[in-house]
Ligand binder design. Structure first.
Ligand SMILES: C[S@@+](CC[C@H](N)C(=O)[O-])C[C@H]1O[C@@H](n2cnc3c(N)ncnc32)[C@H](O)[C@@H]1O
Length: 371
């Protein structure tokens, strides 16, 4: 989830996976869409652009993008089909069901009953899709917010959801999953996925920083650098070529969805990024992975620059400085992440970094806002 603009430049995504990433991606790697997408129809003709603005998940385009994200959808399918012991005769809650795709997977895997909760107009389509595919006796689509609906049962055995936003936490749907877990998950029940981790690395990105940020210094001869300041505060969602990576990748935070509280999504994490070559650093890049640890064999996927591209791409945070870093030198600092006070679906990020290198010394704090 977390659909937003992307820059038009698509950098190549060469594969050079770490061993862990190979295991995580194994199943998605061979993915191909087996079932046609024609079942998706245009949502009610009476929807206006204003409706879509306030309820973007009502439009089929977003669902098409998610379904066609093979890494994402095929991983969920493999998790469900290759671990039917988790679903057989179980009551499942699909939090934010969209087109109902995850519910359909669960029903096919032998779930006793699936409650598919979806708050957007897409719930109407999900109902039709469930009927068309002959699963009306197993899947009940409930249109409404998870926080407001009345579930016909008091407990569920399994909660499944695809809640992840850009930068993992943008749009803050995680809270909805935690709400559902606290309210309906039976003791010993499972949440899928159950682990999510956020990572940070540093990249050389002179060309694109010039194009996106420095551009505002001189626009047809006029100084528009006030917009430059603004553009620096907005992380950019885009693909990063793994050849741009200058340092190691640092784990910032792992969240255990089966145990965490909503407050755990706000955190400060230290980082130490050690240069693997002499280069310039223009930006830090954040990405996440998710795992399904309750599977027979660990499954999951990564949205990192060394993995197959997903619609989440990576999140690029440009630095005010261009850091001339030498091999072996460390860029150290911390990242603070928290939901915005006024709009909890936005994410505030505070970055503190310092470099005490041979060719460059700096200590700075920068603030960003995902919106
Ligand atoms: C990322 S999409 C995933 C859709 C589908 N599960 C899939 O995997 O293709 C998340 C969905 O959750 C829905 N959603 C978000 N917050 C919700 C809430 N509080 N209650 C019910 N649905 C919600 C959105 O409308 C959206 O369709």
């Amino acid at each position: 989830m977390g659909r937003r603009k992307s820059r038009d430049k698509t950098l190549s995504q060469n594969k050079n996976l770490s061993e862990a990433e190979v295991v995580m991606e194994e199943s998605a790697e061979t993915a191909s869409l087996e079932e046609p997408l024609e079942t998706l129809a245009i949502v009610g003709g009476d929807q206006t652009s204003a409706d879509y603005y306030f309820d973007s998940y009502s439009h089929f385009g977003i669902h098409e993008e998610m379904l066609k994200d093979i890494v994402r959808t095929k991983t969920y399918q493999n998790v469900i089909y290759q671990n039917t012991f988790l679903f057989k005769d179980k009551v499942v809650l699909d939090v934010g069901a969209g087109t109902g795709i995850l519910s359909l997977f669960c029903a096919k895997a032998g779930a006793k009953h699936v409650y598919a909760v979806e708050c957007s107009q897409m719930a109407d389509m999900a109902k039709e899709i469930v009927e068309t595919n002959g699963f009306s006796n197993v899947i009940t689509v409930l249109k409404g917010k998870v926080e407001e609906i009345v579930l016909p049962v008091t407990h569920v055995d399994v909660i499944i959801s695809e809640w992840m936003g850009y930068f993992l936490l943008f749009e803050n749907m995680l809270n909805t999953v935690l709400y559902a877990r606290n309210k309906w998950l039976i003791n010993g029940g499972i949440v899928l996925p159950d682990k999510a981790s956020l990572y940070l690395t540093a990249i050389e990105d002179a060309e694109y920083k010039e194009d996106k940020i420095e551009f505002w210094n001189n626009v047809y001869g006029f100084d528009m650098s006030c917009i430059k300041k603004l553009s620096m505060t907005e992380p950019l969602v885009d693909t990063v070529d793994q050849n741009q990576i200058v340092t190691n990748c640092q784990l910032l935070k792992t969240m255990d969805i089966s145990k965490m509280s909503p407050g755990d999504a706000s955190f400060t994490a230290p980082f130490k990024l050690v240069a693997q070559r002499n280069d310039y650093i223009h930006a830090l890049v954040a990405y996440f992975d998710v795992s399904f640890t309750k599977c027979h064999k660990l499954m999951g996927f990564s949205t990192g620059p060394r993995s197959k591209t997903t619609h989440w791409k990576q999140t690029v945070l440009y630095l005010e400085d261009v850091l001339a870093i030498c091999e072996g030198e460390a860029l150290v600092g911390s990242m603070t992440v928290e939901p915005n006070n006024k709009n909890p679906r936005d994410v505030d990020i505070m970055l503190k970094y310092s470099l005490n290198g041979q060719h460059y010394q700096v200590s700075r704090t920068q603030n960003y806002k995902m919106r």
